[in-house]
Design a protein around this ligand. Structure first.
Ligand SMILES: NC(=O)c1ccc[n+]([C@@H]2O[C@H](COP(=O)([O-])OP(=O)(O)OC[C@H]3O[C@@H](n4cnc5c(N)ncnc54)[C@H](OP(=O)(O)O)[C@@H]3O)[C@@H](O)[C@H]2O)c1
Length: 313
């Protein structure tokens, strides 16, 4: 089968011809229709998780995907052949990922695909959608809160904007001018241009009393601690990249939250329902092919994503 894989940590991702994976106990084998790109994919290729779990090489890249169940392993009984599913295919110890014609995964790592949305839309949801849902939940976003989302125009941010606005928060997002209208369509009350002046000063000039919560997907610990001066005492600063420095933020009277995705089949189903019932928009910024996936991964390193990048398999 065709797959995009690396032969070792740090190697260039390449399109390879690899054996089709076998579903193990409790696993399903899916013919992948669409995979989706997350920065996590190239971080895994670089070795970010090398000390956390075993990896087998060639390592097929990609976590997110959607497609049709074509085989089930021993003891797997949630899905029948032909069922359309979407979810995560993070099977690093068996060398498996979603950028391939076929991918295996634990049956609880997927859920039935949304009934009204396309597999392309479904594939774009899992990692970014679940992370955004968990972030907004754990940050405790409530009606009336003023929330700043930094890095809002990418995968996690476009979902977090919608979930925070859906809870009745006043959401301010970073967005370059070309993305401002789009972000307001997703529920942002206001946009600030991070390419034109410091974010903290721009927020404080419009809102001298500051914000209740910062959700930051971009800044390192020192930049995030500096940004925390715009957060009211008792507020929260959340990071998806481990940049919320609890000791430093405590000096500002602010709670630090380093969010980690908590994936589950139930949460995937919740997101599918949000999509089917029209409460969630999936912004696909770039559509590409398996053959072009290595170039898309290289582009993702620039951090200049707009919504999600999807890979037609
Ligand atoms: N901890 C976890 O479980 C977890 C889960 C998911 C993701 N993450 C991490 O969270 C981060 C975001 O993920 P993602 O999927 O949303 O990434 P993404 O799709 O690549 O989006 C990145 C976004 O950040 C914006 N950006 C870059 N520099 C900026 C700056 N200085 N100020 C404001 N915005 C800026 C970009 O917009 P412009 O091009 O307009 O600047 C782009 O829209 C990644 O590092 C990812 O690995 C962690």
């Amino acid at each position: 089968m065709r797959a995009v894989a690396v032969t070792e940590f740090g190697a260039e991702p390449q399109v390879m011809d690899l054996p089709q994976p076998e579903p193990g106990p409790g696993e399903v084998l899916v013919r992948v229709a669409v995979a989706a790109l997350n920065p996590l994919d190239w971080k895994i290729a670089d070795g970010m998780l090398r000390d956390a779990m075993p990896h087998a090489f060639p390592l097929v890249l990609g976590v997110d995907g959607a497609g049709e169940v074509v085989a089930v392993g021993p003891g797997a009984d949630r899905y029948a052949l032909g069922d359309r599913v979407f979810g995560q295919f993070m099977r690093l110890g068996a060398g498996g990922g979603s950028y391939a014609d076929f991918a295996a995964t634990a049956e609880e790592a997927v859920a039935p695909a949304p009934s009204r949305a396309t597999l392309m839309t479904a594939a774009a949801l899992p990692t970014a959608g679940m992370t955004a849902w968990n972030l907004v939940e754990e940050a405790g976003v409530r009606e009336g809160d003023r929330v700043l989302i930094v890095g809002a125009t990418g995968g996690v941010g476009t979902f977090a904007t919608q979930f925070a606005a859906g809870r009745g928060a006043e959401v301010i997002v970073t967005a370059r001018p070309g993305a401002a209208v789009l972000m307001c369509d997703l529920g942002a009350a206001e946009t600030i241009d991070h390419s034109h002046g410091r974010i903290a000063e721009q927020v404080l000039s419009a809102h001298p009393e500051g914000v209740d919560i910062v959700i930051d997907l971009v800044h390192d610990a020192s930049a995030l601690t500096d940004l925390a001066r715009i957060v009211r005492s008792g507020g929260t600063v959340a990071s998806t990249i481990g940049a919320a420095d609890a000791a430093a933020l405590e000096l500002h009277g602010v709670r630090a939250l380093n969010a980690q995705n908590s994936p589950s089949s139930a949460l995937l189903s919740t997101l599918a329902t949000e999509l089917d019932e029209g409460r969630l928009t999936v912004l696909i910024g770039h559509e590409t092919t398996l053959e072009e996936a290595p170039a898309a991964l290289a582009a993702s390193r620039s951090g200049r994503a707009r919504g999600k990048t999807v890979i037609r398999v």
